[in-house]
Design a protein around this ligand. Structure first.
Ligand SMILES: Cc1ncc(C[n+]2csc(CCOP(=O)(O)OP(=O)(O)O)c2C)c(N)n1
Ligand code: SF4
Length: 300
């Protein structure tokens, strides 16, 4: 699809808001830009009020750079730390009541399809582990069972960070937190398995240490959600405040956690593989050519 429509009609440039002009002239609107070019273009998210060194912010920044068409993407969020950064980005952000993000996104993505037809308008939910696995759980799961075509990203810091350290369903068993001083008594919820059971076409885990991997995962999830069905990404985005991780050790912690219990994983349904290969040229998912038939002894 051509990106030519992200251009100003002659004479109208000066009437466009400066922020939008900047995104077209110096940023990613209407262009293909990659995380490997970070620092050389104007980013959609440039400032945020989150804690210094917060890994969640790095992940959100990378995720937004990775959106296939940021100028046609709408993010949906909810109460929690992440929305403090997402709401500063130069793309639309919808914010509802705590936990209703997947319900809002369902209506939004259906409405956008009715209004814009085949022109992709990507809807991406980004919410904390409490918002996704606890308060918003029912709406999240039902949106997946209904195969709503948008991406859900869990910003999994394994705690309610924004309200001072209560345990969430995604906190690990035994973790002692400010507001869970006796230690969590139950296992971390297996949302990855639930996403697969509920029929998500793409399910992946990532940590923010590897920007190219974050980029690859986000792109696939958003593209698949355009036509195939729900997609889910679970990102380890540590809370350095509630887990007392020194800011200069945040990336080291992410690496350790990745090695211990948050290894990269990716599930792609066959339909989604075929779609990525045929529509977006993902060669690795093209059907393998049939092996040449073995020669029959005695035949020329
Ligand atoms: C209906 C409702 N209940 C409670 C709150 C208070 N509240 C705001 S953020 C939050 C916890 C957020 O935790 P999580 O979703 O894990 O995100 P994090 O802040 O850790 O990124 C709570 C309980 C609220 N805003 N609205
Ligand atoms: S409280 Fe934790 S998750 Fe929230 S901004 Fe601070 S470090 Fe990040």
């Amino acid at each position: 699809m051509s990106l030519d429509y992200v251009k100003f009609s002659n004479g109208f440039e000066k009437f466009m808001p400066k922020e939008y002009r900047d995104m077209v002239e110096h940023g990613p609107f209407g262009k293909k830009i990659s995380v490997s070019q970070m620092g050389s273009f104007k980013e959609v998210l440039e400032e945020h009020p989150m804690c210094a060194g917060c890994a969640m912010t790095l992940f959100i920044r990378l995720a937004i750079i990775a959106f296939p068409n940021p100028e046609d993407t709408i993010t949906v969020g909810t109460a929690g730390c992440g929305r403090l950064a997402i709401s500063q980005a130069a793309i639309p952000f919808v914010y509802g009541n705590y936990g209703d993000q997947n319900g809002v996104a369902s209506g939004l993505s259906r409405g956008l399809r009715l209004r814009f037809g085949d022109k992709p308008k990507d809807v991406v939910v980004m919410a904390g582990d409490g918002g996704t696995a606890d308060i918003g759980f029912q709406q999240v799961l039902h949106s997946w069972f209904r195969k709503e075509r948008f991406t859900t990203i869990m910003l999994d810091n394994e705690v309610y960070g924004n309200t001072g350290g209560q345990e969430s369903g995604m906190t690990n068993r035994g973790a002692v937190l400010k507001m869970a001083p006796l230690g969590k008594k139950f296992e971390k919820m297996d949302m990855l398995q639930m996403a697969k059971v509920a029929g998500c076409a793409y399910v992946a885990t990532v940590v923010p240490n590897n920007p190219r991997r974050v980029e690859s995962v986000i792109k696939k999830a958003v593209l698949i959600a355009r036509e195939v069905g729900s997609t889910y990404i679970q990102a380890y985005t540590s809370c350095n405040i509630e887990y007392a991780i020194p800011t200069d050790k945040v990336m080291e912690d992410a690496k350790t956690v990745e090695n211990d219990r948050y290894a990269f994983s990716e599930y792609i349904s066959d339909e989604a593989k075929q779609y990525l290969a045929e529509r977006y040229g993902y060669k690795e998912f093209l059907p393998k050519p049939a092996a040449p038939a073995a020669a029959i002894p005695g035949k020329a």
